[in-house]
Design a protein around this ligand. Sequence first.
Ligand SMILES: NC(=O)c1ccc[n+]([C@@H]2O[C@H](COP(=O)([O-])OP(=O)(O)OC[C@H]3O[C@@H](n4cnc5c(N)ncnc54)[C@H](O)[C@@H]3O)[C@@H](O)[C@H]2O)c1
Length: 281
Amino acid sequence: MELAGRTAVITGGASGIGLATAHRLAARGMNLVLGDVEAEALELAVTELRVAGAAVRGLVADVRHEGDVVALREAALAEFGGAHLVFNNAGVGGGPAVGSSTGVWDWVIDVNLRGVVHGVNAFVPHFVARGEGHVVNTASAAGLGGVPGMGAYCATKFAVVGLSESLFHELALRAPGVHVSVLCPGFVKTRIAESARNMPAELRAPAEDAFAAGAERIAREAVAAGIDAAEVADAVVRAVHEERFWILTHERLALRTTESRLEWMRGGPAPGFDLLSAARP
Ligand SMILES: NC(=O)c1ccc[n+]([C@@H]2O[C@H](COP(=O)([O-])OP(=O)(O)OC[C@H]3O[C@@H](n4cnc5c(N)ncnc54)[C@H](O)[C@@H]3O)[C@@H](O)[C@H]2O)c1
């Protein structure tokens, strides 16, 4: 897709991968609509982008609420005449498979899965009607293989991969000018390990058992050892430009994860775990 003069909408655009991608897309001449739940961080991001010369509109938008995501589409329409790319990027880290409360499960599902569903519902019919457009859904390498200590997160990221694959096949049949990509990074140096900053206050509590606390610590270390968000942003821009489905920023990890699952399905051994190695591309 030609990017210059077109408009991208990015959820969770005030930090990390979303913000880095906003900078890369602006440098390619795209107009931007950024949504985020963090009003202050959003204001800073918008100012930073305007100083860099971008045409950008920021809107406080919580992807858990469909109306907020529709408002992002309407802002793109009012400000720039429409949207061509939606990056369903907002996401939060979630708890272990054993011991996460229903409240934590709901929060992770609402942001990571329903948020993407809302983005698909708000934008794809608009793209289909126009015969062009591109959706990038953020999953994770944790959407390609289960990870200990991240049951809720993995469940939503597998779901995003499934949704994206189905969408790919559906679009190929009914709207070949509309494209979808799924982003599956390993660890990236962002604020994802501090996701609890956006958690409803009543759910915030330190991990209760040693396993959950250890898993949180290892995930924090792995994120700190991860690749730069700018590298992920470059991969997203390339995939949109080349209309590629899989965005595997940590290709070796993604392929090894998938191959070892296949071997496991064929009766081989279950995959072992070294989370820190997932920080390496
Ligand atoms: N950092 C990693 O290692 C990594 C790896 C794989 C996938 N991802 C995915 O990348 C995406 C971006 O995360 P990041 O790593 O840049 O983290 P980040 O915390 O730096 O950025 C996430 C942004 O989403 C926003 N957000 C949180 N809840 C929201 C909501 N309900 N509505 C709207 N915005 C909301 C946050 O305020 C923040 O600005 C997420 O979907 C995450 O799961 C991250």
